[in-house]
Design a protein around this ligand. Structure first.
Ligand SMILES: [Zn+2]
Length: 383
């Protein structure tokens, strides 16, 4: 449990996929059509007073907006502060006629952006850096942030993606930052602290953390990863009291270093599920240590969403909801969340995104544009 509000959490967990949950806990907005939060607020005004209040204040306060762009099993997560500073974590795949870059630009435009200030590349696999040249051709970018050199060799897609990225940097149009764990990135309006980079991790526990992690004994030791994944540039993003963790594709072995024997991260509100929910990441030591209220998984229909990983996430203490960018075909009926928590269910793939709206008091909403529903997560004191 995250706090003393256990009764509420139990209610949420016991009715996680039921209608009681909506009636009693969540602010759920249903709108016939909604291109923006302002429209949602107008539509909600006709439904019920509490919804009007929540949606109106949300539109007025312009919280942190986070777009989980569907790049079909890669990553592209766009953060936009109330002042309009922007950080994109990863650029999706290359190819596909710029599909992923187009989707990112659509999210950026919807947030009112005409440029992206910072693009953070967690690592140099093609589902993370592949879309960078196509994106740069479509929208101005200020600064790239990455972990340094590509350590993988050969001539596979990873190296090709790395070369294309190097060519982009060589144009001289962009600033580049290569931070170390413990560094705080120079982004205004939210705090972005580097947790992992190029295989290194923060040396000390973050303030007010460092408790013994009892979940370590539930996580078996695994051999050290030898790919770019373990070098992922992972960050903890703090907006007021709201804590969001993104570790890219950081692997199980590195998670154990980070979380055992003591929990160096503490609890978070939102966990952007590492490695698309694949079984190489998301150990119990990590999940049950950070105990997220909400987990958002950027899986594809056929990539990520491993049933064993899904189980570890679902068992996490204090978890209110897991959200998925796609229905996982591997997961089947037993290892997928209810349709209202999925951006792209089985069937035609429309490339739908999810959006999170965070507030400095630690409360947040997750919006599923496909069904025009918004779910509210109230203020919770993690510490
Ligand atoms: Zn990946």
């Amino acid at each position: 449990m995250n706090n003393g509000d256990s009764g509420v959490f139990n209610m949420i967990r016991s009715a996680r996929y039921g209608f009681d949950f909506r009636k009693t806990i969540s602010v759920v907005v249903r709108a016939a059509a909604c291109a923006s939060l302002a429209v949602i607020a107008l539509a909600a005004a006709a439904i019920a007073a509490p919804v009007v209040q929540a949606a109106s204040s949300l539109a007025a306060e312009k919280g942190l907006r986070v777009y989980f762009v569907d790049v079909e099993g890669g990553q592209a997560t766009l953060f936009v502060t109330p002042e309009g500073q922007s950080l994109l974590i990863d650029t999706g795949w290359d190819g596909n006629n710029g599909r992923d870059a187009d989707r990112i630009v659509a999210a950026a435009k919807s947030a009112g952006l005409s440029r992206i200030d910072y693009v953070l590349i967690t690592h140099f696999h093609e589902d993370h850096v592949g879309g960078a040249p196509q994106l740069a051709a479509r929208i101005p970018i200020g600064t790239f942030i990455d972990h340094g050199e590509n350590r993988e060799t050969g001539d596979g897609p990873t190296v090709q993606g790395w070369r294309a990225y190097q060519a982009l940097l060589a144009t001289g149009k962009y600033k580049r930052i290569t931070p170390k764990p413990g560094d705080v990135l120079p982004i205004q309006g939210m705090r972005v602290e580097v947790i992992s980079a190029d295989g290194d991790l923060i040396a000390k526990s973050l303030p007010r953390t460092g408790q013994v992690n009892v979940a370590c004994k539930e996580s078996e030791a695994r051999p050290a990863d030898k790919t770019e994944n373990l070098r992922s540039l992972g960050t903890l993003i703090t907006f007021g009291k709201l804590r969001i963790l993104d570790l890219g594709d950081l692997t199980w072995d590195k998670e154990m270093e980070l979380m055992c024997p003591v929990n160096k991260l503490g609890k978070v509100d939102v966990y952007i599920v590492s490695h698309h929910g694949w079984q190489q990441s998301s150990s119990p030591a990590l999940l049950w240590g950070i105990a997220p209220r909400v987990a958002i998984m950027d899986n594809g229909a056929k990539k990520g969403g491993t049933p064993s990983t899904w189980d570890i996430i679902e068992k996490s203490p204090g978890l209110e909801n897991l959200w998925q960018l796609h229905y996982s075909e591997e997961g089947g009926a037993a290892h997928n969340v209810a349709p209202e928590f999925i951006a792209n269910p089985q069937g035609t793939d429309a490339g739908n995104y999810l959006e999170l709206i965070g507030r400095a008091d630690g409360s947040f909403d997750v919006f599923n544009p496909r069904i025009h529903e918004m779910r509210h997560y109230s203020v919770t004191v993690l510490y």
